[in-house]
Design a binder for this molecule. Structure first.
Ligand code: FAD
Ligand code: NAG
Length: 578
């Protein structure tokens, strides 16, 4: 039997150890982020050098070659799906039930690392020889501390305004994946924490003892409620539910998370771990405050933000945004759109497809009379979106436009952004853009930017191929005004080639190639052949960007991995989901 004195000493030793392990967790995650930052900085630096060195150099032959070891890593780790080829194509039980997607090998490696670290820290320094009740106490305290400290990265990774997105150039969907896994870890740790308390209690007496203890102490009660709400968070978050009822999910998620934090605060009152919770809460508050500030800054001013929605054939709409305070748009950026008349306070992410300066007249009918008036009229940027109709807010928006005069309606809107723009294609001599359906909206600004850059001599790009897969020719209407502008750009013919694949043409007469640089084909493309053709004539390093459904992305990914050993090829994927 250990003396009272010894017991107290060992418990203070374990308390100090718990605290240390909590710090190690944060340190390990921080080091992983720092290591990634350095790696990415090196990557960006070499891209930048490549871009600079290609000015005036037409063949860029030096950059065509693959780097042997690096291309192996890209093929087998960075671009590799977990198993064979499947990554973003959803695992579906039926049309309606979506079981989520498989992570890539690199992502799986990160997730396994985080899980292993938590298991190790919860298990490693536990003294298994000691008496049962001391052991239970140690496990209980350890898992409780770990669950709390993990809330810090958990909350940080959940935010749109996570500063690490811009710093590490890691997209939101990767953070979202890590957020989900950390969430699972936290819930399991909280459950272990609760059971480590409950099991000895039940052994001691019965379930009545447990019930009485919980109802008799606010410390135990608040802890118990926290574990319950955390478990509820886990239970309502599977991919199927998230994707089928996104809006309901997100509201429920928010409320449950807030309730958990509140009860946890009471539970931890006066303990060291309360500081970890405080940090997590501060992160959350900061993220929310940033969103609010961005919303106010972008949309509240002399003029408020409006959205003109125009219904298009093929279940899509073009949305033109006039912001109170616009920004200089860059390719790859997306925004969150709020349309209170349609979706109250809810927001949806959309890529920005086009930006344009428009002259603003105070009265639309009054034309400027003199040259001076013309000079004085302020110019304002408008931003345009292309939105595919789905079943929720986008469906209501579409209905609203279709039922208006001229299939067009202007509504009050709020825009939160810009977000994204973490990939640059400027340093690639050869660029291939693959788009499926509405995925084209992400590529249009890249095409415009690279063609303009080619004419001005500010980018490395010498060959640019856009491959767009659509179901019917009427979908061409979606981007017609923008494409007309791009096709008229200076020196466009020297650099840009467009290939359109129409998968369900009504008749063959519809399939006509307008010119040698804009070609139209029936059916699906053979990605392998298209990439092979470009590789054969490759100038400089090659960058492949894909935005479309999971099946298309996985196909392009497979082909790009296959080519790794032959040529210097980078693969970038943008998916419209998480
Ligand atoms: C970075 C990014 C850029 C995008 N860009 C475009 C674009 O340019 N054009 C376009 O048509 N679509 C784009 N999307 C997809 C678009 O956000 C969804 O189609 C839209 O939110 C669906 O709204 P809904 O209410 O009609 O959805 P529903 O029909 O209810 O659901 C359809 C799917 O959209 C997802 N979804 C619903 N609401 C949200 C939300 N608030 N946030 C995130 N996902 C949600 C659901 O999980 C579900 O899988 C983009 C998505 C992301 C993540
Ligand atoms: C567990 O933590 C509580 C509260 O901080 C403390 O009173 C107790 O002594 C700790 N037990 C052990 C075994 O470390």
């Amino acid at each position: 039997m250990a003396t009272e004195m010894e017991k107290r000493e060992s418990s203070s030793f374990y308390e100090a150890l718990d605290d240390k392990l909590a710090h190690y967790t944060l340190l390990a995650l921080g080091c992983a982020a720092a290591a990634y930052y350095i790696w990415h900085l090196a990557f960006r630096f070499s891209s930048h050098l490549r871009r600079l060195s290609t000015f005036g150099d037409q063949n860029q032959r030096y950059y065509v070659q693959a780097h042997e070891r690096f291309s192996w890593v890209k093929k087998h780790v960075i671009y590799a799906p977990l198993f064979r080829n499947r990554h973003n194509r959803e695992l579906q039980l039926s049309q309606a039930i979506n079981m989520g997607t498989l992570p890539s090998r690199f992502h799986a490696f990160l997730v396994v690392g985080i899980v292993a670290m938590n298991v190790a820290l919860c298990v490693v320094t536990t003294p298994y020889g000691t008496e049962e009740d001391t052991l239970a106490g140690i496990v209980r305290n350890r898992t409780g501390t770990m669950a709390t400290v993990n809330l810090i990265p958990l909350i940080l990774m959940a935010g749109r305004n996570n500063p690490l997105i811009a710093m590490l150039h890691v997209p939101f969907d990767t953070w979202n994946l890590l957020h989900r896994w950390l969430g699972r870890i936290v819930v399991l740790e909280a459950l272990a924490h609760t059971f480590a308390w409950m099991v000895p209690k039940v052994q001691e007496g019965s379930w009545n003892v447990v019930g009485e203890a919980i109802s008799g102490s606010s410390f135990l009660l608040s802890g118990f409620v926290t574990t319950c709400t955390l478990t509820a968070l886990l239970v309502h978050s599977p991919s199927a539910i998230r994707h089928a009822f996104y809006e309901t999910f997100i509201h429920f998620h928010f409320v449950l998370a807030a309730v958990s934090m509140g009860f946890l605060w009471v539970h931890l009152n006066g303990m060291v771990a309360q500081t970890y919770l405080l940090v997590a809460i501060v992160f959350w508050a900061l993220e929310r405050a940033t969103r609010l500030l961005i919303l106010v800054y972008r949309n509240v001013g002399y003029n408020s933000t409006t959205a003109t929605v125009e219904a298009l054939p093929g279940d899509a709409m073009r949305v033109t945004l006039r912001l109170a305070r616009p920004w200089t748009f860059r390719p790859g950026q997306h925004i969150y759109l709020y349309v209170p008349a349609i979706g109250w306070w809810t927001s949806h992410p959309f890529s920005v497809s086009w930006s344009e300066s428009e002259q603003v007249f105070s009265d639309e009918k009054a034309l400027p009379l003199a040259q001076q008036d013309l000079l004085r009229t302020p110019e304002k940027e408008t931003l345009s979106l292309l939105i595919r109709r789905r079943t929720g807010m986008t469906d209501k928006l579409f209905q609203r436009a279709v039922n208006s005069i001229g299939s067009r309606v202007t509504l009050r809107a709020f825009v939160e952004g810009p977000y994204g723009n973490i990939h640059s294609m400027d340093s690639y001599g050869t660029v291939m853009l693959f788009a499926g359906g509405v995925g084209i909206t992400h590529h249009v600004p890249f095409v415009r930017h690279l063609v303009a850059g080619f004419a001005e001599g500010t980018v490395a790009t010498r060959r640019l191929t856009l491959v767009w897969i659509i179901q019917s020719p009427e979908h061409l209407e979606w981007i017609r005004p923008w494409m007309t502008r791009i096709l008229a750009m200076d020196r466009r013919r020297e650099v840009l080639r467009i290939m359109l694949f129409v998968t369900r043409p009504r008749n063959t007469k519809e399939i006509q190639s307008p010119s040698a640089t804009v070609q139209m084909f029936p059916g699906r493309p053979n990605i392998d052949t298209l990439v092979a053709m470009e590789v054969e004539n490759q100038v400089g390093a090659m960058g492949v960007l894909v935005c479309g459904n999971g099946g298309l992305s996985d196909d392009v990914r497979r082909v790009c991995r296959k080519r790794q050993s032959q040529t210097n090829l980078d693969f970038v994927e943008e998916s419209f989901t998480w």
